[in-house]
Design a binder for this molecule. Structure first.
Ligand code: MRU
Length: 353
């Protein structure tokens, strides 16, 4: 991965950029203090960038993986010529192994594989690039659509709490949870957004606060532990979050801490909205117990800002997602529609629509 100056200012809506036949990713590990794009030249480098959190957020991981397949095909065509299909699998396997929970990754790889299957022995890049660009554009359109649908559910002006970053940075652009918040803000329905800081990667304080502040949407940062207290204080109408994978029965995997946030919301009678494109719904997982939950290096918990703060000799547990049971979710909003009190029947019907 090379750090490359790109001739555009860093922008949450341009976290993933394909230009001059190259893939650039806004390095989300160093936001907001540095706004740097990295240039990716190979599928392996793209897989590493996903694993290392240069790009993160379920839909953004899917879009990036699609461009990663274009790079895999380019590499393979350069080395194998007309036998390029033999080599492309290696790159795709690397991409598939980058992170396990966000199903959008596997959804995008499957879609690219579908295109590969229909191609002949000629240069695969133009057709695969067209598909990757289409996946990117469709994701932005889905976010805009579900953002508007979710905003309609907010009846009167209120404050909301969000967790992690489910914004433009986490998607092709616009965002899922932040898409709803953007649309609701445009409709005059948002008083203030409380952003959980989201330990250990601090996606809330580094990314969500950066995005919302740039858009002049009032945002206040809270520690994850302050969310229940903020609900108790009053004035919170909704909890709005994204998802990494939604099971067929409506169980929702999302950033660690979402489950406890939702449990607290239920105690306070606050409604919970999960905003996600249908590429996040995994109909092959009957319930949340079938969703693979990524565990990352304990050092991410023991350290903060690159500095060891945990007591010497102490271990840490670092599951990075949790599963919120469907019965605690009031509504799932996708680009295809709204599912109230989600269950398998309602989700199947929405997916088939
Ligand atoms: O570990 P991350 O930063 O990839 O986790 C991201 C989240 O949990 C988001 O809430 C989720 O992907 C939804 S993004 C629209």
């Amino acid at each position: 991965m090379q750090s490359m100056p790109l001739n555009i200012p860093a922008d949450a809506d341009k976290a993933i950029v394909w230009t001059n036949d190259r893939l650039y990713l806004l390095d989300q590990r160093v936001l907001p203090t540095q706004e740097t794009y990295l240039e990716l030249q190979t599928a392996a480098a793209t897989a590493d960038a996903i694993h290392d959190m240069v790009v993160r957020g379920a839909p953004a991981i899917g879009v990036t993986a699609a461009f990663g397949v274009v790079l895999a095909a380019r590499e393979s065509y350069q080395s194998h010529g007309s036998a390029w299909k033999e080599g492309v699998t290696t790159g795709m396997d690397r991409l598939a192994a980058s992170r396990p929970t966000a199903v959008n990754l596997f959804w995008a790889l499957e879609r690219m594989q579908g295109v590969i299957s229909g191609l002949d022995t000629g240069d695969p890049e133009p057709r695969l690039l067209q598909e990757a660009k289409q996946i990117h554009e469709e994701d932005v359109a889905s976010c805009r659509r579900l953002g508007d649908l979710g905003a309609e559910l907010i009846e009167s002006t209120t404050s909301v709490i969000t967790h992690c970053n489910a914004g433009a940075l986490a998607t092709g652009g616009y965002g899922t949870a932040l898409g709803v918040i953007r649309s609701a803000w445009a409709d005059g329905k948002i008083e203030r957004v409380y952003a959980d800081e989201t330990r250990p990667w601090l996606q809330g304080s580094r990314l969500t606060a950066w995005e919302l502040h740039k858009d002049d949407i009032p945002v206040t940062l809270i520690t994850d532990g302050a969310a229940a207290c903020r609900m108790q204080t009053g004035g919170i109408g909704w909890i709005i979050v994204g998802s990494d994978r939604i099971a067929a029965n409506g169980d929702v995997a999302n950033k660690i801490g979402t489950y406890s946030l939702v449990v607290a919301a239920k105690h306070h009678g606050i409604k919970v909205m999960v905003a996600a494109p249908t590429s996040t719904i995994d109909m092959s997982a009957a319930s949340g117990s079938e969703i693979p939950i990524e565990s990352r290096d304990p050092v991410e918990v023991l350290n903060c800002g690159g500095k060891r703060l945990g007591a010497p000799g102490v271990d840490a547990w670092n599951p990075v997602f949790d599963v919120t049971p469907a019965e605690l979710v009031d509504v799932i909003v996708t680009e295809k529609g709204i599912v109230h009190s989600p269950n398998m029947k309602k989700i199947s019907e929405m997916m088939a629509s």
